[in-house]
Design a protein around this ligand. Structure first.
Ligand code: ADP
Ligand code: MG
Length: 252
């Protein structure tokens, strides 16, 4: 049974159909990658799923709950977390305080002052566990804005994990990373799938082929095909699409 189902999804920008009757299913504990050349509609689809945009037609369901028209906060409560392409950390706060804020926000406890937050042992423990989960224990007391790019992306993932998602949306988690950081992020994403399903939008094909259970290829807003790694890798039309866009793809 599918955990996450997108059905007949349509989004128009004027005459342009950016999302053209898209259907997509993600199974529990599956890493499902979404690929496609520039302008294929990946970001639009992610924005429709996370609630940043509303569709003109179609449905989005997570674990039986209808998300299609819900506001973003309600989608997060329903079990959907998104890691943004643009970082959502507070750069002047420590890693620990960033995590404490995220944990507190999801615990639903009423607002407490900054100074008190660090004294709640339950919150601190949860924040430390998140740091450990993404390999940032060494950096808990560091100012988040001074961390190297790769570590900031790890923190982004930890912030998304605070909501204990059923489905994690990762929008180009390897963007701007060198090979070493990319490999660390690949390992981190791999380790997450035991607890959740992941929808991964990523240009780094090495990472996609290493991680994905299944891949959906978008072209001109439509699903070209969905399949396992071998099916996608060997598909002539996919190869043509990628050979034709290889050079522009890295600049996205
Ligand atoms: N807010 C918008 N208004 C008008 N056109 C848009 C908007 N967002 C995206 N588009 C268009 O929709 C198409 C898909 O874009 P996008 O979802 O960003 O693709 P991708 O992320 O795969 O590169 C493109 O042709 C893009 O120009
Ligand atoms: Mg995009």
């Amino acid at each position: 049974m599918s955990l996450f189902v997108v059905n007949g999804l349509v989004k128009r920008f004027g005459a342009l159909v950016a999302t053209d009757h898209v259907a997509l299913e993600v199974h529990p504990n599956e890493i499902h990658a979404l690929i496609g050349p520039n302008g294929a509609g990946k970001s639009t689809l992610v924005n429709l799923i996370s609630g940043l945009l509303l569709p003109d037609e179609g449905q989005i369901e997570l674990d039986g709950a209808k998300l299609t028209t819900l506001p973003m906060e309600a989608r997060i409560r329903a079990g959907l977390s998104r890691c943004f392409q643009i970082t959502s950390i507070f750069p002047k706060a420590t890693v620990l305080d960033n995590l404490l804020l995220a944990v507190q926000a999801q615990s639903g406890s009423s607002f407490r002052f900054w100074a008190d937050r660090g004294r709640d042992p339950g919150l601190v423990e949860a924040a430390q566990a998140l740091a450990a989960r993404v390999g940032l224990t060494y950096a808990l007391q560091r100012c988040a804005g001074t961390l190297p790019h790769g570590a900031q992306r790890q923190l982004d993932v930890a912030l998304a994990l605070a909501a204990q998602p059923k489905l994690l949306l990762l929008d180009e988690p390897m963007a701007g990373m060198g090979p070493e950081d990319s490999e660390r992020m690949t390992e981190l994403i791999h380790s997450l799938r035991q607890d959740m399903a992941i929808l991964l939008i990523e240009h780094d094909m090495k990472a996609v082929f290493a991680l994905a259970d299944r891949i959906t290829v978008l072209v001109y807003g439509k699903v070209l095909l969905s399949g396992d790694v071998e099916t996608i890798r060997n598909h002539a039309q996919v190869q043509a699409v990628y050979l034709g866009t290889e050079t522009t793809e890295t600049a996205a």
